[in-house]
Design a protein around this ligand. Structure first.
Ligand SMILES: Nc1nc2c(ncn2[C@@H]2O[C@H](COP(=O)(O)OP(=O)(O)O)[C@@H](O)[C@H]2O)c(=O)[nH]1
Ligand SMILES: [Mg+2]
Length: 314
């Protein structure tokens, strides 16, 4: 039986191997993705982001358990751009997620920077295609919210949960990182700590100050992931948002936007690959830089000439 047939038969081992193959951009992975894409059912994507240490993994763990109890087939993907590790969940996350029993069928995968240089967002959405085709109906994507790359990943989610903690400066940091704009739901985790009520109040005020009132009012939910307090309420708000997306027609709009981005990313990646195998090789670039240094050439006309060479070849 081929790997693909085993995958179709529900083998988790085959799923893992297919994901690795996609991440490594192994032979024929594009064709494989096309085939898988035709098997997808529109998996619901929940994204959790926020500063490190806020309790995202702990919340994901609880949310995953609650979703399974509701009868969902859940996959969890932890994206850590700073980590070179790919594959099984990172040790720390695995410990925090250990109370999701394996027999509950939650699939956990972590993704690091390995094998997806410059394309972690694309790699994540490719992995989502495989999970969707496999039959999961809900995916939770956790990523640290600090940079553009992470925002790109979160941009591909249907419901975005921004996780903050009641610490001075956390809200400001979130504002700076552009997390306020992308939040569909706020979780103020570590609500057992002082200052959480103030934080909830501040976030609600900030949301109310928005110039344009949106049809969806962003809820702010205090949670205690460690004590499993109010995480069910967080899930209620996530699912309210899901209902809102479906009934308002926004889901179709978001998915359309995501697909446009996806096609863009596929093309960008193809062109980038072609560039680095034709005109952007180390040898060529070394040569050009040397010429610029001796004054024989300048970066602008050198770039233009290389570009013309590339166009003639393609
Ligand atoms: N006091 C308190 N600690 C928490 C809570 N939730 C998570 N933590 C702890 O915060 C630390 C970071 O949690 P983690 O889930 O790894 O955060 P992440 O980096 O955002 O994924 C861990 O030591 C957790 O046990 C909470 O509600 N209250
Ligand atoms: Mg984490």
């Amino acid at each position: 039986m081929s790997l693909y047939d085993k995958f179709l038969n529900g083998s988790v081992v085959a799923l893992s191997r297919i994901i690795t193959h996609i991440e490594d951009r192994g032979d024929g992975f594009q064709e494989l993705l096309s085939r898988l894409y035709r098997k997808t059912n529109g998996i619901y994507r929940i994204g959790l982001t926020g500063p490190p240490g806020g309790g995202k993994s702990s919340l994901v763990n609880r949310l995953g358990g609650l979703l399974v109890d509701q009868g969902h087939k859940v996959a969890i993907v932890c994206v850590d751009p700073s980590s070179p590790f790919t594959g099984g969940a990172l040790l720390g996350d695995r410990l925090r997620m250990q109370d999701i029993p394996q027999d509950k069928g939650v699939f956990i995968r972590s993704m690091g920077s390995r094998g997806s240089s410059g394309g972690l967002a694309l790699a994540t959405s490719n992995v989502t295609v495989a999970l969707d085709a496999f039959g999961f109906d809900t995916i939770i994507i956790e990523t640290v919210g600090v940079g553009q790359m992470e925002l790109d990943i979160i941009d591909a989610c249907d419901t975005v949960v921004v996780v903050l903690v009641p610490e001075s400066g956390d809200a400001i940091q979130a504002l700076k990182a552009g997390l306020m704009e992308i939040a569909d739901v706020f979780a103020v985790n570590k609500a057992d700590r002082s200052g959480s009520e103030q934080m909830v109040y501040d976030l609600k005020s900030a949301m109310n100050m928005k110039a344009v009132k949106a049809a969806w009012e962003v809820p702010v939910v205090p949670t205690e992931a460690v004590n499993n307090k109010n995480v069910d309420q967080l899930l209620v708000e996530i699912q309210n948002h899901q209902n809102y997306l479906e009934t308002s027609g926004h889901l179709k709009y978001r998915r359309g936007h995501q697909l446009k981005r996806k096609v863009e990313q596929v093309i960008e990646r193809l062109i980038k690959g072609e560039l680095s195998s034709t005109i952007l090789t180390d040898t060529i670039l070394d040569e050009v830089a040397a010429k610029i240094m001796t004054g024989e050439d300048d970066p602008f006309s050198a770039g233009q000439k290389l570009y013309m060479r590339f166009k003639q070849k393609s």
